[in-house]
Design a protein around this ligand. Structure first.
Ligand SMILES: NC(=O)c1ccc[n+]([C@@H]2O[C@H](COP(=O)([O-])OP(=O)(O)OC[C@H]3O[C@@H](n4cnc5c(N)ncnc54)[C@H](O)[C@@H]3O)[C@@H](O)[C@H]2O)c1
Length: 438
């Protein structure tokens, strides 16, 4: 049994008595909140990042992640429980190392695991008996066993005996006031039973509920099921929006009514396209893996196709709306409201607003944007600045609501605007001939 392994018992004891030190490699949207939870859970934490600015901010007791209050970071840094560093040699002092680095797509939309490999190599070079390594980055099933494990074993240490390995997917939902890192149940799969036991004990210090599964591959697949579920359902409801447009039916009214069914229906909403680091990217990790096994992931492909066409659909609706006013897109002033990928966050990664701005620019529109959370925006080679809201709304031939931030006063925006295309039903309840919806 695993408990008879003295290395495992020693590590469990260090975790359970609060002596263990945790290193998080990557201090981004996932790594910083997790580092703070481990530190608040009574462990000493060193957060590693190659960004000097992030390291300096954490050490100065500051936070650059909206969901992590700076006071929490400051309190932990003052108490000596949290520090940041760019010096990966300090991995040697950590009992647990949690890898939270980005997993983007390559130009050909294949998984790009370069940062996972680099971080794993950094850990492997310093791996010593009695450490646990956990991968948190979202990735295809098999990554932990096929890619991470061989690198860690290069030094001759044996998994489950002298070091431990697990996969635990991050489920953070930025901007969610109800569910954060601590109260969102955490899935854990270990390479061996001992690995899972250690990982469970580790995460029990940072999160309220730990859900063990039988393997790292299962844990990897759980995350991809969750995100594929969202992508496919959003794809379905986006297609329903296209159908409703042709049928002359208000898709928002249809969904609202369907959502009154107390069982067997879950409301998803259409929008201008998928955004963020996860939903547009993660299902492609799964379909890529399946391609290597001679299987075509049809739902993922179809949802991806529909979702990625939504920005072009929004632009067609913009052109139609202007046409009705006897105007062309070329030369018209178009104001985009909200450029982050979702409500009340400042993250513009993969935001559909970027595609919409690009498409409208290509057609010669005079573009501007406003976003209370994004003061400036890098679009290809140019930098755009968020305009003063009401003067820009008053000047625009058309206002497109792309992200329905809570800070906007929609009645006032509609009153000030000449024409509004609302892609999020942000103007629900307002009756005005100026409002068009997708
Ligand atoms: N952001 C989310 O909402 C979210 C939710 C669930 C899962 N995830 C997944 O978590 C992972 C991390 O995402 P994120 O949003 O935190 O990314 P992020 O870009 O916010 O942060 C990653 C950090 O890792 C650092 N980094 C990269 N390589 C490094 C290295 N070798 N050594 C030290 N630091 C390094 C970067 O400088 C960056 O600060 C991804 O796989 C993502 O898919 C993200």
């Amino acid at each position: 049994m695993s408990e008879s392994n003295p290395v495992l018992r020693g590590l469990l004891a260090r975790i359970e008595t609060g002596q263990a030190c945790v290193g998080t490699v990557g201090l981004g949207y996932v790594g910083l909140p997790l580092a703070v939870e481990f530190a608040e859970g009574g462990l000493r934490v060193v957060g590693f990042d190659r960004s000097d600015a992030k390291v300096a901010a954490v050490n100065a007791g500051d936070s650059y992640i909206r969901d992590v209050a700076p006071e929490r970071v400051a309190r932990l840094v003052r108490a000596g429980r949290l520090a940041a560093s760019g010096d990966l040699d300090r991995i040697a002092e950590c009992d647990a190392v949690v890898i939270c680095v980005p997993t983007p797509l390559s130009k050909t939309k294949d998984p790009d695991l370069a940062m996972v490999v680099e971080a794993t190599r950094a850990v492997a070079a310093r791996l010593r008996p009695g450490q646990i390594v956990v991968l948190e980055s979202t990735t295809y099933p098999g990554t932990t066993e096929e890619l991470v494990l061989p690198l860690l074993q290069e030094g001759g240490l044996e998994v489950g005996e002298s070091f431990f390995l697990a996969f635990s997917p991050e489920r953070v939902d930025p901007g969610n006031a109800r569910f954060g890192t601590r109260n969102t149940p955490k899935i854990i799969g270990g390479t061996t039973e001992g690995c899972r036991l250690v990982a469970q004990a580790l995460y029990a210090r940072a999160v309220e509920t730990v859900i063990p599964v039988s393997s790292t591959r299962t844990a990897e697949m759980v995350k991809l099921l969750e995100n594929t579920f969202r992508s496919v359902n959003i794809g379905l409801v986006n297609e329903v929006a296209l159908m409703c447009d042709r049928l002359g039916v208000d898709v928002w009214e249809v969904i609202e009514a369907a959502a009154t069914k107390p069982f067997g229906f879950m409301a998803f909403y259409p929008g201008p396209g998928l955004g963020g680091h996860c939903i547009p990217v993660d299902p492609l990790y799964l379909s890529w893996k399946l391609k290597t096994l001679n299987y075509r992931a049809r739902f993922i492909e179809l949802a991806g196709e529909i979702n990625s066409e939504m920005p072009a659909y929004v632009c067609r609706r913009v052109a139609d709306a202007l046409n009705e006013q006897e105007k062309s897109v070329k030369g018209s002033r178009i104001l985009v409201l909200g450029v982050s990928y979702k409500r009340d966050v400042d993250d513009v990664r993969e935001s559909p607003a970027l595609d919409i701005l690009r498409l409208l620019e290509k057609r010669g529109a005079r573009l501007g944007y406003n976003d209370p959370h994004v003061p400036q925006l890098e679009l290809d080679s140019s930098i755009l600045r968020s305009l003063d809201l009401y003067p820009a709304v008053a000047e625009a031939d058309l206002v497109v609501i792309v992200t329905d931030h809570g800070a906007y006063d929609y009645p006032r925006i509609v009153e000030t605007a000449r024409l509004v295309l609302d892609t999020r039903n942000a103007t629900r309840g307002l009756l005005s001939p100026k409002i068009l919806k997708i």
